[in-house]
Design a binder for this molecule. Structure first.
Ligand code: ATP
Length: 627
């Protein structure tokens, strides 16, 4: 029976909705509303039950009061017969109805809301984050984003659940206390009203302060986490420069800020408890004294004293709880506000409404008068890409050459639409890449970069990422071509998983740079996309492995449009055309041999430097042949 109820409640709202989430409303209440909508029936049911339970509790106090009065003048012989009905009714209320309703409320909260509510928010927020632009991920710490997603979900849930509990108890207890007191004698309510004013002042004074302090504490916590994570992620640099003690100081500085913020907020809570205990004591004693005096003047009965003191005692017990709930509410509110900034941020790169998938027929790439400046205005004279125009024919293999910072990787990023261009446009087979879906665009482009980081999963999963439906045989064939199968066969991870099942460590740290790059090449071989971007694709490989792979890379490039970026010019000298970039512009273009002819050209000077300051005979011959 219970299992059935639990399962029913747990499945009221789907935890993992399949439809893509929209941008949540970027205001705190809008954000809470957006994620809470499907839970509304459960929230209302919980709220209603809480109200009913609170009413029953108050009724039980009132019954105790009237029981005292009845007992005062009752005849023992007829007491049971006279009061049987009321006694049984209230007995059943306390013994059966109230526990049952409480259990139902608990089930709604624990089974219906507590788990599912936050998880659904996390799932939706995570999916929304996954579709954020690269710029977003460059500007934010990954761990900060993860924390916001995890915490904002809890924040939304707790704001709503605390609000419903506080509202139901406050409303019911206050209304019934004040009305029943005024039935006995309106004067009985005076201490409660005075207390209410004092309580409101205490709340008004302390709650915003506690809210601010806990917001500061949360900020400091993320500063410390950020600093620690930054150090851990850059451990090689820290070790290399023997800066462990400097890192100690860096962390200690953050931690002492955080500690100070904890002390500040603990001081505020101790003071708040002190004030609260004082006004609570005042309420209890003044109500008891007033009730006794009213009894003395014959205005109320003994039962009224029992009821009012009992009810006040219960309310005082709740006063602490409520103040903390309200302070917690502000804290959760702060957490949500903090989360809204990150989780509800507009996607910087969006598919246009009705965007169609890219249809690659030939693989022609046209870049027209392109301007780009990483978020800064493109009119800036120091644009990263400045009026670049380039047409790459279907199947053409173009090498991008240039000094560091010339903008080569930026061209690759723009072609992949990791950023939207500032001005101009990029077309693939006549379709502006800004008009097609990002997913189809990226599906049509295979990329191998210099800093290949792998997912912390098995080698198989990493290679299969290129084409999720590929078979083991296809995965192995790709690994073979990338000359990766040999080292994969010898892999073992700390959990004893071997070969293709071995996990590669966070970002692939357990593999060498060259091994990572070979896994990345295997992945792209498997993807078999019509356009290829090779950004320093073989930079981490030794010459022997590079030479061995080259043949397969050539096979991979066969029939595809290729843009290759490499500092080691020998790796791209054989491309159909080399495009030399400088300060975001094209400054030279031609084949290797043609470019060598321009003795004062950038390419010729880069080549000369790489070949030891001399042009080797083959180059001179090639240059002469090109003349
Ligand atoms: P390298 O050969 O060193 O890889 P590159 O020619 O590929 O250099 P890009 O990486 O395209 O050069 O960088 C071009 C310019 O853009 C540089 O001045 C760089 O500082 C700047 N840049 C690159 N990435 C970003 C970014 N995410 N945000 C802001 N500026 C950036």
């Amino acid at each position: 029976m219970f299992n059935w109820l639990f399962t029913w409640l747990e499945s009221r709202v789907p935890s993992f909705p399949t439809e893509l989430p929209d941008k949540p409303t970027p205001s705190v209440w809008g954000f809470i509303r957006y994620y809470s909508r499907p839970f509304l029936p459960l929230i209302v049911a919980g709220l209603t039950l809480s109200v009913v339970i609170a009413v029953i509790e108050v009724r039980l106090f009132a019954f105790v009061g009237s029981l005292v009065d009845t007992l005062t003048g009752a005849d023992r012989a007829t007491f049971w017969a006279d009061n049987k009905g009321a006694l049984l009714f209230y007995g059943a209320l306390a013994l059966l109805i109230q526990p049952l309703l409480s259990a139902l409320t608990d089930a709604i909260e624990n089974q219906g809301l507590r788990g599912n509510y936050a998880m659904r928010i996390r799932w939706m927020a995570h999916r929304y984050m996954l579709r954020q632009s690269m710029e977003f991920f460059h500007n934010e710490f990954a761990c900060r984003i993860a924390t916001k997603v995890m915490q904002a979900a809890l924040g939304v849930r707790d704001v709503v659940m605390k609000l419903t509990q506080v509202i139901s108890y406050v409303v019911v207890y206050l209304i019934t206390a004040i009305t029943s007191f005024s039935i006995y004698d309106p004067r009985l309510g005076i201490p409660l009203l005075v207390w209410l004013v004092l309580y409101a002042i205490t709340m008004r004074y302390f709650v915003p302060r506690l809210g601010k302090l806990s917001e500061k504490q949360a900020d400091m916590r993320s500063v410390v986490t950020g600093r620690i994570v930054d150090t851990y992620t850059n451990m090689p640099t820290v070790k290399l420069f023997a800066h462990a003690s400097r890192e100690d100081d860096y962390a200690r500085e953050g931690m002492s800020w955080m500690l100070q913020s904890v002390y500040d907020s603990m001081r505020a809570s101790t003071m708040m408890n002190l004030v609260l205990n004082l006004i609570n004591g005042l309420l209890l004693t003044s109500t008891a004294a007033l009730a006794t005096w009213l009894w003395y003047t014959n205005a109320i009965t003994v039962g009224a004293i029992a009821f009012s003191v009992g009810l006040i005692y219960r309310m005082l017990g709740m006063a602490h709880w409520m103040l903390w709930e309200i302070a917690g509410l502000f804290e959760d509110f702060g957490v949500v506000k903090d989360g809204v900034d990150v989780v509800a941020r507009e996607h910087a790169v969006k598919d246009k409404p009705g965007a169609k998938p890219l249809a690659v027929t030939q693989g022609k790439i046209t870049i027209s008068d392109l301007h780009f400046n990483y978020g800064k205005p493109v009119s800036d004279e120091r644009e990263v890409i400045s009026g670049l125009t380039l047409t790459i024919k279907p199947g053409e293999k173009v090498g991008l050459v240039g000094r560091s910072g010339a903008g080569k990787s930026t061209i690759a990023n723009l072609l992949l639409r990791f950023y939207d261009v500032g001005a101009g446009h990029i077309d693939i087979d006549g379709q502006n890449i800004a008009d097609v879906t990002q997913e189809s665009l990226r599906a049509a482009i295979g990329v191998v970069t210099q800093d290949t980081s792998l997912l912390h999963r098995s080698v198989r999963d990493n290679i299969r990422y290129g084409r999720p439906d590929s078979s083991q045989a296809e995965i192995e064939a790709a690994a073979d071509k990338a000359h990766a199968s040999e080292f994969i066969a010898n892999l073992t991870d700390p959990n004893g998983r071997k070969g293709y099942d071995a996990h590669v460590g966070e970002r692939g740290v357990k593999l060498s740079g060259g091994q990572r790059q070979r896994v990345a090449i295997a992945r792209v071989l498997l993807k078999n996309a019509p356009i290829l971007i090779l950004d320093e694709a073989t930079s981490a490989l030794d010459s022997e492995v590079e030479a061995a792979i080259q043949e397969n890379l050539n096979a991979l490039m066969e029939g595809k449009t290729v843009i290759a970026v490499a500092h080691r010019l020998s790796t791209i000298a054989a491309m159909d055309r080399l495009v030399v970039m400088d300060k975001g512009r094209i400054v030279e273009e031609g084949t290797h041999a043609e470019l060598l002819k321009r003795k004062k050209g950038i390419y010729a000077s880069l080549w000369a430097r790489q070949s030891g300051g001399f042009l080797i005979p083959e180059d001179i011959k090639a240059a002469e042949a090109a003349e």
